[in-house]
Ligand binder design. Structure first.
Ligand SMILES: *Cc1c(COP(=O)(O)O)cnc(C)c1O
Length: 355
């Protein structure tokens, strides 16, 4: 069996398009996407709209653009967007909501990336000349920095209902929605019900090299299309890349279950190592957050030592490492990564405080 010299657990964005995906892309029929004449883009948009239970979907270069467009469609400058403090729109979109939409974000102190309807209710301010107007609630499924957490359906719906009661719009950042679908066994359109717009990313676990979509009703998509042009996201013969999305929906969804199993193996294996803490029970999908405080090293130091041995992970804070399973990481790779972590970290044991 082939042994890889480099195991990249830094993100599920690190997948490379397979030979079969590339072959499918190479033969895709194409046209001018901006004139709605690209049959492959059109097919992908229809397919994702149906998958998400929405009237229409728009193909975009990235999920970041999808979120930023959705925020802009739903808000006016000075409005407030309610989201969990771990949200991608707060932590990883370069201040986009502030710059592109002029909105404030009300960061809720949720649990593992999830918040409750009650938290939304109490975040909505009274009307009055002093207060920013709450306008949009955004929920991330799965919650990335929350730990790859899957929102329970009732909680997701209660949040959407609370939003509606207060006249707020609703957006779902479903960058890893299909991980939630596979983990919960609940179809995508059930997760998205009650959410007016949905971001859907193709370059995470689905393994595409480029692309994302935003879905919603026809009026939302009409407004989103203008912003797609304005933000410079309108492309031409984009079917060549959109084809990867069609391929991924046929071949790379059910297999996400393997990534979830591998994340369990990784979490259990790493949890055995002295000085490491993992909330194994809360590893629900493909993201594993590892607290390395007990090793006496910073997360960055642990990441560097692992990298020197051919295992790449990400340091997300001074004490936390994120390791992500995906379609280019096998069960054997995960087992080898655990063994390497064991070796690397056993050398630090003398310096580590006892637990
Ligand atoms: C990765 C990610 C995005 C952005 O995706 P890109 O396609 O890389 O722009 C948005 N939201 C969440 C939760 C993500 O994990």
């Amino acid at each position: 069996m082939e042994t890889k010299t480099f195991i990249d657990l830094s993100s599920d964005t690190q997948t490379k398009p397979s030979q079969a995906m590339r072959a499918f892309m190479a033969q895709a029929p194409v046209g001018d996407e901006q004139k709605q004449e690209d049959p492959t883009v059109n097919a992908l948009q229809e397919r994702v709209a149906a998958l998400l239970g929405k009237e229409a979907a728009l193909y975009l270069p990235s999920a970041t653009m999808a979120n930023e467009i959705a925020i802009k469609v739903h808000t006016q400058p000075g409005d407030e967007v309610i989201a969990d403090r771990t949200a991608h729109i707060i932590n990883a979109e370069a201040g986009g909501p502030a710059v592109l939409s002029g909105v404030m974000i009300r960061a809720l102190d949720g649990t593992r990336g999830l918040f409750t309807a009650e938290q939304v209710e109490s975040a909505v301010r009274r009307e009055g000349p002093h207060y920013p107007r709450a306008r949009l609630v955004s929920a991330e499924q799965t919650a990335n920095l929350g730990g790859g957490t899957v929102w329970p359906l009732e909680q997701l719906r209660a949040v959407a209902e609370a939003a509606r009661r207060h006249g707020l719009h609703t957006h779902m950042d479903g960058a890893r929605l299909m991980n939630a679908v596979v983990a919960s066994g609940i179809p995508a359109h059930e997760h998205t019900r009650g959410y007016e717009s949905v971001t859907f990313c193709l370059t995470k676990g689905l393994g595409c090299p480029v692309g994302a979509l935003v879905a919603g009703d026809r009026a939302f998509i009409k407004a989103a299309l203008v912003l797609k042009h304005r933000f410079g996201g309108a492309m031409r013969q984009a079917g060549i890349i959109a084809a990867a999305g069609l391929y991924a929906l046929d071949h790379n969804v059910d297999r996400l279950a393997h990534d979830h199993t591998n994340a369990q193996i990784l979490a259990r294996g790493l949890a055995e190592i002295h000085g490491i803490k993992i909330d194994v029970a809360h590893v629900e999908t493909n993201l594993v957050f590892v607290d390395v405080a007990g090793t006496g090293l910073t997360a960055q130091e642990v990441a560097s030592r692992l990298l020197a041995r051919g295992v790449r992970v990400g340091a997300t804070s001074r004490t936390l490492i994120r390791a992500v399973t995906h379609l280019d990481v096998s069960q054997a790779d995960v087992q080898r990564a655990v063994a390497i972590a064991q070796e690397v970290l056993s050398k630090t044991r003398a310096g580590a405080p006892g637990e």
